[in-house]
Design a protein around this ligand. Structure first.
Ligand SMILES: Cc1cc2nc3c(=O)[nH]c(=O)nc-3n(C[C@H](O)[C@H](O)[C@H](O)COP(=O)(O)O)c2cc1C
Length: 184
């Protein structure tokens, strides 16, 4: 293990946010599709992949889009604290984020998200007559004019950063103002 990390807190935070922001615009970035872990309504863990849509370093906030009828929305409403896991083979970095989430089903955030999604083929997902995860009945046409798009914002409470390296792994725990080096 490196006993004298070569990177400062400010540098590490900057590099992490640079990669998160790249992931929102680069379809091939490995951090574009993190795993979001939640607490199920039965108290058991749940996890699934989502697409990272925004990464705002100043607000320390991420967001993703979903269907407001999906089970994860009910889970996040019941237990807003959740976790994201990102892995990048290119960087050899794992990020584990503890976040406090908020579900938005109307307002300017949702309007802007719908403006982004509506011209794409993904729009029909958010117009589907049946809720995600419900038993599939007859295939019905998407409902024109209506949509079920929700934006989930996730404020980062702390970051667990792990770098795998031949010369020694490094791990740090970052909060808004602190960095602590940890045993990997
Ligand atoms: C690569 C990939 C990206 C996905 N992106 C999203 C997404 O951005 N939002 C979303 O709600 N579901 C997304 N999904 C589907 C979810 O993983 C999940 O199957 C679905 O949302 C139902 O989750 P839930 O039952 O936990 O609500 C994605 C799946 C894959 C494989």
């Amino acid at each position: 293990m490196n006993t004298e990390p070569q990177v400062t807190e400010a540098e590490l935070v900057h590099r992490i946010w640079t990669e998160l922001q790249r992931a929102t615009v680069d379809r091939h970035h490995e951090w574009r599709t993190p795993v979001l872990a939640t607490t199920g309504l039965d108290g058991l863990p749940q996890a699934r992949t989502v697409v990272l849509r925004t990464a705002d370093a100043t607000a320390s906030q991420l967001s993703f889009f979903t269907d407001c009828r999906s089970p994860k929305v009910a889970e996040l409403r019941a237990t807003p604290t959740a976790a994201f896991v990102f892995w990048s083979h290119r960087l050899n970095w794992q990020l584990r984020l503890r976040v406090g989430t908020q579900v938005h089903v109307d307002g300017s955030l949702v309007d802007a998200a719908w403006a982004r999604v509506s011209p794409s083929t993904a729009a029909s997902d958010y117009r589907a007559p049946q809720a995600p995860g419900s038993t599939l009945h007859a295939l019905a046409d998407p409902q024109p004019g209506t949509h079920h798009l929700a934006v989930v914002t996730a404020r980062i409470e702390h970051i667990d950063w792990l770098e795998l390296a031949r010369e020694g792994h490094r791990r740090a725990r970052l909060t808004q103002n602190t960095l602590a080096w940890l045993v990997p």
